[in-house]
Write a protein that binds this ligand. Structure first.
Ligand code: 6PG
Length: 476
């Protein structure tokens, strides 16, 4: 038998993807640089489907039917380049190399161009859902050539998560589009996680509630608009008791958040494109602040707070305010993320369908949530929607919560509880809806010190004021 698809790199993600493919009836070629992982996969799971194991890359390539479809699941960066370099001489025109790791999309663009020179397809694909998703059905975001998707689509759509019978996989766009969208997915993941963490902190500080009590609140929230994987696991994590101390597990976890880099890439790219993704940026910086150990040591107990002591009178009303503030801030983070996708799509000519992205994020991935249906519907109403917040559904949903949101952000400030993502999202909301922003003054200042010119509200053209002489205005 010849394999329909191959996987090289059999650490947990590659291994689980290979098993998922085999369980779905595909004959899967498997290879790992050190053969032990390949052998243990066959020994432990060989009965789940058809595998063809190879110890050498050449045998692995030879075991595949053409056009060969090879998933590379190794560490992003140098290791991925090394595997590609080894593979290319063994491949033939029309073969498809798929990078399913968390590659940085400029690398994917570079690799795609290089492999195209050899007549090969290179497909950078986002895969979300962690280990369990890879095995049971991830969300899959493939880029590369449209032609490659005619081969890959039927396979990927079969192994992807399914929601209401619709696969969580679709062709995203050319070259790096798939990895780009996965990067923004991860940025949104950071924002979602930070917002949940702020909500937890507010409930803790405002109510003096225990982790278990807060877990119950999250479990309750998971039955409504906020229903999502991250809210669900948060309830589970908060309910967990540490076996060592017998106390709440979260209370013994060190408060320094780490990251592997996708959030940082999202923010770097947003700066390049000039798209304000303040929720994602604040979430990324909040992780950085938590890890700023010397700075925190110098400030803790030293910087005066002059804050009030939180005195919540109506517990239920407060919990509901936090819930509404969380939902509104979440909508802002997604609205910003979809703006970034639109900007990159225009910049790189990807023609990304934002509604389809929301659709394939409904299942399988880390940010899967009930409310993604609402996003898909918004883009179905208007594929060119300039701002997700301006869709009628979200305008109303966020508008209904805005008073609660203001109360929470104001009380957090008065009581000295940091809510960077809640507060910056509200500032974005007020900024984007403002009839007039103070950017007029920025432009005037720039013209003053650098003759950078300004435009006027009442006339077309570009103007400069001769600030150091007679302050006469000249048209440039
Ligand atoms: C996913 C996750 C996955 C991974 C993140 C973690 O979609 O399955 O996003 O890709 O868990 O990269 O990111 P950090 O280590 O940067 O938090």
């Amino acid at each position: 038998a010849r394999a329909q698809i191959g996987v090289t790199g059999l650490a947990v993600m590659g291994r689980n993807l290979a098993r998922n493919l085999a369980r779905n009836g595909f004959t899967v070629a498997v290879h790992n640089r050190s053969a032990g992982r390949m052998q243990s996969l066959l020994a432990d799971h060989g009965d789940e489907g058809e595998f063809i194991g190879s110890e050498s890359l050449a045998d692995f390539v030879a075991s595949l039917e053409r056009p060969r479809k090879i998933i590379v699941m190794v560490k992003a960066g140098g290791p991925t380049d090394a595997v590609i370099d080894d593979l290319v001489p063994l491949l033939e025109e029309g073969d498809i190399v798929i990078d399913a790791g968390n590659a940085h999309f400029p690398d994917t663009r570079r690799r795609e161009a290089a492999l195209r020179e050899h007549g090969l397809h290179f497909v950078g694909t986002g895969v979300s859902g962690g280990e369990e998703g890879a095995l049971l059905g991830p969300s899959i975001m493939p880029g590369g050539s449209a032609e490659s998707y005619t081969w890959l689509g039927p396979i990927f759509e079969k192994i992807a998560a399914q929601v209401d019978g619709v696969p969580c996989c679709t062709y995203v766009g050319a070259d790096g589009a798939g990895h780009f969208v996965k990067m923004v997915h991860n940025g949104i993941e950071y924002a979602d996680m930070q917002l949940i963490a702020e909500a937890y902190d507010l409930l803790k500080q405002g109510l003096g509630a225990s982790a278990a009590e807060i877990g119950e609140i999250f479990a309750e929230w998971n039955t409504g608009d906020l229903e999502s994987f991250l809210i669900e696991i948060t309830a589970g994590v908060l309910a967990h008791t540490d076996p060592v101390t017998g106390g709440a597990f979260v209370d013994v976890v060190l408060d320094q958040a780490e990251q592997k880099g996708t959030g940082r890439w999202t923010v770097q790219n947003a700066l390049d494109l000039g798209v304000p993704i303040t929720g994602i940026a604040e979430a990324t910086f909040a992780r950085a602040l938590s890890g700023s150990v010397p700075q925190r040591a110098a400030a803790a107990g030293t910087l005066p707070a002059h804050a009030g002591t939180w005195d919540v009178i109506d517990r239920d009303a407060f919990v509901e305010d936090v819930r509404r503030a969380l939902y509104a801030s979440k909508v802002v983070a997604y609205s910003q993320g979809f703006d970034q996708i639109a900007a990159a799509s225009a910049e790189f000519g990807w023609d990304i369908d934002r509604g389809a992205m929301a659709r394939i994020w409904r299942g399988g991935c880390i940010i899967r949530a009930r409310f993604l249906n609402r996003i898909t519907e918004a883009y179905e109403r208007d594929a060119h929607l300039p701002l997700l917040l301006a869709d009628e559904y979200f305008t109303q949903a966020v508008g209904d919560g805005v008073t609660a949101w203001r109360r929470i952000v104001a009380q957090a400030a008065l009581n000295g509880v940091p809510t960077p993502a809640f507060s910056s999202s509200l500032a974005y909301y007020d900024g984007v809806r403002a009839e007039r922003l103070p950017a007029n003054l920025i432009q005037a200042q720039r013209d003053f010190f650098g003759a950078h010119t300004y435009r006027r509200t009442d006339r077309e053209g570009s103007f400069h004021t001769q600030w150091t002489t007679d302050r006469a205005e000249v048209q440039e």
